[in-house]
Design a protein around this ligand. Structure first.
Ligand code: SF4
Ligand code: FES
Length: 276
């Protein structure tokens, strides 16, 4: 296969980036997309040029490191597939492929196709854990978990934190990611004691990091390589609402319940106030 690549090159976070065109010849249709970029990079290095920077680790679709927008679609548009698992046979000989980094203010570009997704780590640090000594495997197995809960928690826990949901969203919303992290712990009995604190703190951190709100376009679910369902956003909203009314310390975390000004049914509208 012979391809024309238009790749976003950006020296560092402060420099202005732009598209640079490369010819990729002798591309094997069985190569993964990242292997194709490896070959392009080998040629660049051989010519004394700077290789294209991109993130990857496992290359098995499980770590969440890789991610780029290919022809306008996060991870390239093959359902349930990360870019490291995307194969060149899905492209046409002679095709032009446009490759860009995730575009979202909370994910600043570090170099070329590499963005800083530290905001996701900080959201998880705000509450995406269970702070008890879980003991050994026999202790964990002493707590019965209904099969349906285990299955649902596993569906949410499949999120690999790649950030495609944010990149695909016109609001740069991280709701699908946060919903997956809030839900997988809230569903399990081990995660229930801290469910209020977790939902409040993770949502507050999400807002503080500058992610937008969800307007339910579903673009996040469409590009998610782990096919995390929008239903988890509904679950997180329920968790958050429940936490707000049950947790007496909610106001001290900067949350307040405002009277609705625009809702027809007069129901209370809940708005988080960013934490300092
Ligand atoms: S919800 Fe899906 S798209 Fe978003 S970070 Fe998790 S795995 Fe990636
Ligand atoms: S490199 Fe690990 S998911 Fe793609």
């Amino acid at each position: 296969m012979k391809l024309t690549l238009k790749i976003w090159r950006q020296k560092d976070a402060k420099s202005q980036g732009g598209f640079v065109e490369y010819d990729a010849s002798d591309v094997n249709p069985e190569m993964s997309f990242l292997e194709m970029l490896d070959v392009v990079n080998e040629r660049l290095i051989a010519h004394g040029e700077e290789p294209i920077a991109f993130d990857s680790d496992c290359r098995e679709g499980i770590c969440g490191m890789c991610g780029m927008v290919i022809n306008g679609v996060a991870h390239g548009g093959i359902r349930g597939t990360t870019v490291c698992q995307l194969h060149m046979r899905h492209f046409r000989d002679g095709q032009t492929i446009i490759i860009e980094p995730w575009r979202a203010r909370p994910f600043p570009v570090i170099k070329d196709l590499v963005v800083d997704r530290g905001a996701f780590d900080r959201i998880v640090q705000a509450g995406g854990f269970i702070s008890v000594n879980t003991g050994g495997a026999p202790d964990a197995n002493c707590i019965p978990v209904p099969k349906t809960s285990a299955e649902e928690a596993m569906d949410a826990a499949a999120c690999i934190g790649c950030g495609a949901c944010v990149a695909a969203c016109k609001n740069a919303s991280a709701m699908l990611f946060v919903a997956a992290k809030v839900s997988h712990l809230a569903i399990l009995p081990q995660g229930k004691p801290e469910r209020e604190r977790r939902a409040l703190n993770m949502v507050a951190k999400m807002d503080q990091e500058g992610f937008g709100n969800c307007t339910v376009t579903g673009s996040c679910e469409a590009v998610c390589p782990k096919e995390i369902s929008l239903d988890f956003i509904a679950r997180m909203n329920r968790e958050f609402g429940r936490a707000l009314f049950r947790d007496k310390a909610a106001s001290s975390r900067g949350f307040k319940v405002l009277d609705s000004k625009g809702t027809a049914d007069g129901s209370a509208e809940v708005r988080p106030k960013p934490l300092n």
